[in-house]
Design a protein. Structure first.
Length: 582
């Protein structure tokens, strides 16, 4: 829709054959200047598109450089056939300038070229993020972010969810990551914390009688950055339902994710129902609880075949195998590179053999096998001619993880991963507890507020490590998009669950006073989850780094290079909040 004011009558994308012959005004940034001797062509860019401006009087452009903000007035005319640009929506017309006004000057030297900012070091891009965001690719990512969030909000409301905002200033609680702490001015020696998630608040909303809650929730965690994790701040589509089961949550998640991915991507989207794997099944078949189902390779457990093997590296170990079809004729360098990769991730080696057209084995592992083992491998691994069987042997903890990394790497090198496709799955039945690798103590494996399968009876059993929880993740193309759980709404079982993880009853009441109080006044069963907005956008935009879909991200070292955070504050500010630096 035209937006007429003193700066512009139209957006740069609004011009078409219908505006030919009309006197108009456009405003934007000078993206490019091309001097053809006697006539100068200017590419004018705004949020909506690019318009070619023709300037016959070069004096009008005196002192104007790229990225200067201008308002241009003149007549729209049709371009000559040989100058038509089919790559832009306004490629058949141009504006002949008779009046040009500078609205915002720009330095002659830019820190980097806008059109190629992606090739610049990230530190420089983030320092001048306002310039980087002018890059069409980056700009489109942020526009898409807005559209995706608006769409999700609309769909959640259609499904009967009520949008409720929960506090940002909250209390510190042990939820798995470091809190960001805020000192109190009024209460000396006490601190607020930024919420790691709206976890407690959304559970309190269910106790308060609300039936379906959601919000686009900011979450704050002081943890190290990764390609798929922002340091400091990220956003979730957080939702919770009263009187709900795991199946109710899955139904909502499938609807919102399928509709979102189908609307905002041209890729093929696996619809509902999503594939489901228990945590233990995923670790066995894929070597990870974040499997990429576009990879057709699967892992099998053959440990029982080598309990009393003559081959020392396999004897008594956890042994996994991966059948890779079509790999036997690969050159020697392929196997050497796979061996190098294996050693780089910490493996002591990588055994394999090739299978020929007669199902005969050829490779360094074959001589250590007996006839029974050969026949078992043909049957269990479904071996066919021209395949390679890789072996991974290590401890029970390491072998599945190593096998998962080999599965991913060999599929990548074989180009087996499906392109232009989104494949979802649920990972269910996580262990309630795990052993801390450093201390050997029992710790929560997943969300500590989850309902244990078997309830209080299970928590009072003999082996906490045998307890499974009503916990689940959503994974898409190897990226964990969401975690969730059926919540532990029973106070006795909640206290007992934390006691097993090393918290005294008094500590539970001290750390979670509101939740413990609320559960004494009639708490309904409730469940929910929180798909990550940033990771969803990473997939939709085809980006490898989460910072590409955030308007003003921190760098990998948790610094805001644009505003200079974290920065020093004055002594007076410190005194007001009763802080003395050590």
């Amino acid at each position: 829709m035209p937006m007429e004011n003193k700066f512009r009558t139209h957006k740069c994308s609004d011009f078409s054959s219908e505006t030919i012959g009309k006197r108009v005004r456009a405003a934007g940034w000078v993206e490019n200047i091309r001097d053809h001797g006697g006539v100068v062509f200017v590419d004018l860019r705004d949020h909506y598109g690019v318009l070619q401006v023709v300037v016959h009087d070069e004096e009008k452009l005196r002192g104007i450089c790229r990225e200067t903000v201008v308002s241009v007035c003149g007549e729209i005319r049709k371009r000559d056939e040989e100058t038509i640009n089919p790559k832009i929506s306004t490629g058949t017309i141009e504006l002949v300038c008779d009046e040009l006004t500078v609205l915002g000057k720009c330095k002659n030297e830019l820190p980097f070229e806008i059109l190629t900012s992606h090739s610049v070091k990230e530190e420089l891009r983030l320092k001048y993020r306002f310039l980087d965001l002018r890059n069409q690719r980056v700009h489109k990512n942020i526009v898409l972010r807005s559209e995706v969030i608006s769409f999700m909000r609309e769909k959640m409301i259609e499904m009967g969810f009520l949008e409720i905002q929960t506090p940002i200033l909250s209390a510190s609680s042990p939820e798995g990551a470091r809190d960001y702490l805020i000192p109190s001015r009024k209460h000396q020696g006490r601190f607020y914390a930024l919420p790691q998630a709206p976890q407690i608040f959304k559970q309190l909303l269910m106790v308060s009688g609300f039936d379906k809650y959601f919000q686009i929730a900011p979450c704050f965690r002081d943890e190290d950055a990764r390609a798929d994790r922002s340091p400091g701040e990220f956003y979730q589509l957080d939702f919770e339902m009263a009187f709900a089961t795991q199946e109710d949550v899955f139904d909502v998640a499938e609807k919102i994710l399928v509709q979102t991915f189908e609307k905002f991507s041209d890729f093929e989207v696996d619809g509902a129902p999503f594939a489901r794997f228990t945590f233990n099944e995923a670790m066995l078949r894929f070597g990870t609880d974040k499997p990429d189902l576009r990879n057709p390779l699967e892992i099998i457990d053959i440990s029982d075949m080598f309990l009393e093997s003559d081959f020392a590296p396999f004897r008594g170990k956890c042994v996994r195998a991966i059948n890779v079809p079509g790999c036997a004729k690969k050159p020697k360098s392929f196997f050497e590179k796979m061996f190098k990769f294996a050693t780089e991730i910490g493996m002591k080696g990588l055994g394999y053999f090739k299978v020929d057209e007669n199902l005969k084995f050829n490779g360094p592992i074959d001589k250590f096998l007996n006839d029974f083992q050969r026949q078992e491998l043909i049957k269990r691994a479904d071996l066919k001619p021209d395949c390679v069987l890789y072996f991974i042997a290590d401890t029970k903890q390491n072998a599945p993880i190593f096998a998962g990394q080999i599965r991913n790497e060999v599929a990548r090198r074989m180009d087996l991963i499906e392109k232009d496709k989104f494949k979802f799955c649920f990972i269910t039945d996580f262990p309630m507890y795990d052993l801390d690798e450093e201390t050997g103590d029992i710790v929560f494996k997943h969300n500590p507020f989850s309902m244990p399968q078997g309830g209080l009876d299970a928590l009072n059993g003999e082996d906490p490590l045998s307890i499974f929880a009503w916990q689940y993740d959503i994974v898409c193309n190897g990226v964990e998009l969401s975690s969730g759980a059926v919540r532990n709404h029973n106070l006795d079982s909640l206290v007992r669950a934390f006691e097993i993880a090393g918290y005294e009853k008094e500590a539970v009441f001290e750390k979670f006073p509101a939740l413990c109080s609320a559960f004494q006044y009639g708490a309904p069963p409730h469940a929910g989850m929180a798909p990550g907005i940033d990771r969803i956008l990473m997939l939709l935009c085809g980006e490898e780094n989460i910072r590409e879909v955030v308007a003003f991200p921190m760098n990998s070292n948790a610094q805001d290079l644009l505003l200079g955070a974290p920065n020093e504050v004055s002594e007076q500010q410190l005194r007001e909040v009763h802080i003395k630096l050590r």
